[in-house]
Design a protein around this ligand. Structure first.
Ligand code: E4P
Length: 218
C-alpha cells in the first residue's frame, strides 16, 4: 500500500519524506489556502522534495478552462498529477489529459461506486473516495471502498483506489484490509500509525534493565 500525505505543509512533507514513508502528496484548494503560499510556488517546492505523484487540483469547472489550467499545472514538474473533480467536464478532461498529455490524473470528490466506475472508464490514474466525509453523513465510508474494490476487480480496471479524507488510524487499517492501493492522510495520522502503548512500556522496561547492567554497546 502506498502512503500519500494530504497537505501542502512543507515541514511535514520533508519530515515524512526523510523517514522514507512517503510515496506521494495530495493537495487541494483548501490545503493551498492553509499553506499561505501561491499554488505554483508551494507545489514546486513539494515536487522538489517528493519523487512520487503530487496532486495539484484544477479549479475551473468547464472542460476548456480545466484543460488550460491542467497545462499550466503540468509545467510545474514532471511528477505533477492533475486533480480534477468528479463531474462530466472533469471526466472529459481526465480522458484528454491521459491520452493527449500523457499525465497522471487523480479524479477527486468521489462519493459513490458509480462515480468511481465512471472515473475508471475515463482512464483515471487514481480515484479519490472521501471516506471521512461519507462517515460524516452517517453512512460508512469504508463500505464505499469495498464496493469500488469489488467493481474494479470485476473488470480489471487499473485505476488505483486512493482513500482520501482519512481521519483516523482505523481508516488506514480498514483501507489496507480491503486492499485499497493508496491512502492519503494528514501527517499526524500517518505518524500515529506507529503508536502502541505496549511498545512504549516495553521500551521503557528494556532501557531500565539495560541501565542496571552498567554496559555500553560499542
Ligand atoms: C483528497 O485528496 C483531499 O485532499 C482530502 O483527503 C480531503 O480531506 P478532508 O475531508 O479532510 O478535507
Amino acid at each position: 500500500m502506498k502512503f500519500f500525505v494530504d497537505t501542502a505543509d512543507i515541514k511535514d512533507i520533508k519530515e515524512l519524506n526523510d523517514l522514507g514513508l512517503l510515496d506521494g502528496v495530495t493537495t487541494n484548494p483548501s490545503l493551498i489556502l492553509k499553506s499561505g503560499g501561491k499554488i505554483a510556488d508551494v507545489t514546486k517546492q513539494i515536487c522538489d522534495i517528493v519523487k512520487g505523484p503530487v496532486s495539484a487540483e484544477v479549479v475551473a469547472t468547464e472542460y476548456k478552462d480545466m484543460m488550460a489550467e491542467a497545462k499550466i499545472l503540468a509545467k510545474i514538474a514532471d511528477n505533477i498529477c492533475i486533480k480534477v473533480p468528479l463531474t462530466l467536464d472533469g471526466l472529459r478532461a481526465c480522458r484528454t489529459i491521459r491520452t493527449e498529455m500523457n499525465r497522471l490524473v487523480n479524479v477527486t470528490l468521489c462519493f459513490s461506486a458509480n462515480q468511481a466506475l465512471l472515473a475508471a472508464k475515463a482512464g483515471a490514474s487514481f480515484i479519490s473516495p472521501f471516506v471521512g466525509r461519507v462517515d460524516d453523513t452517517g453512512a460508512n465510508g469504508m463500505e464505499l471502498i469495498e464496493e469500488i474494490r469489488h467493481i474494479y476487480d470485476n473488470y480489471d480496471f487499473d485505476t488505483e483506489i486512493l482513500v482520501a479524507s482519512v481521519r483516523t488510524v482505523n481508516h488506514v487499517k480498514q483501507a489496507a484490509l480491503i486492499g485499497a492501493d493508496v491512502v492519503t492522510a494528514p501527517a499526524a495520522t500517518l505518524k500515529a500509525l506507529v503508536k502502541h502503548p505496549l511498545t512504549d512500556k516495553g521500551l521503557e522496561q528494556f532501557l531500565a534493565d539495560w541501565a542496571k547492567t552498567g554496559q555500553k554497546i560499542g
